[in-house]
Design a protein around this ligand. Structure first.
Ligand SMILES: [Zn+2]
Length: 172
């Protein structure tokens, strides 16, 4: 990708951040719109292998957690601080994916029994409407009863508050 295009993409990204960080919902929607707007730069490979696809399909109102782990009022400064010397599409995709993830991930209080230092987040196994827990570090996945998940690759969404309540899980 040409240096000039990289710079343009980055500047466009930063101005989007500047305009959309009034609340989490609008920031979430703006990140998704930004990817759609620049879709031609993202290969299908990038989008297909990525959790991003799922994150982009969520309705922010239903999924945004009460207290995401980053502050909106320092987001612009954060962006400026992390600007890489060479901007790649992969870098931007990872950035956007992790920010969207931060806004919709509900973490359990449980530590990972596999790597012993990751914390487990809640997912919903869509086809079976079951709650799973997945490690943020090593991708260990377990069923709600703590046994190892061995159902193979399946579509998993972040579990939202309503999913947890429906399954009798109260995390606060
Ligand atoms: Zn782990």
């Amino acid at each position: 990708m040409k240096k000039r295009i990289q710079e343009e993409l980055w500047n466009d990204f930063v101005s989007m951040v500047k305009e959309s960080t009034t609340n989490y919902e609008s920031y979430y929607s703006s990140l998704v719109s930004w990817v759609k707007k620049h879709r031609r730069y993202f290969t299908n490979d990038i989008l297909a292998k990525s959790y991003l696809n799922i994150l982009m399909s969520l309705e922010p109102k239903k999924y945004i957690v009460d207290d995401p782990e980053f502050k909106l009022d320092s987001e612009l400064n954060w962006c400026i601080r992390i600007k890489p010397t060479s901007i790649s599409i992969n870098y931007l995709i990872d950035l956007i994916e992790s920010r969207l993830g931060d806004m919709v991930t509900i973490r359990s209080k449980k530590e990972c029994p596999n790597c012993l230092h990751g914390c487990l987040r809640y997912l919903l196994l869509e086809s079976k409407d079951e709650i799973l827990l997945e490690c943020s570090e090593c991708a260990w996945t377990e069923n709600a009863d703590g046994t190892k998940y061995d159902g193979g690759i399946a579509r998993m969404l972040p579990a939202n508050k309503m999913d947890l309540q429906r399954h009798g899980i109260y995390n606060s």
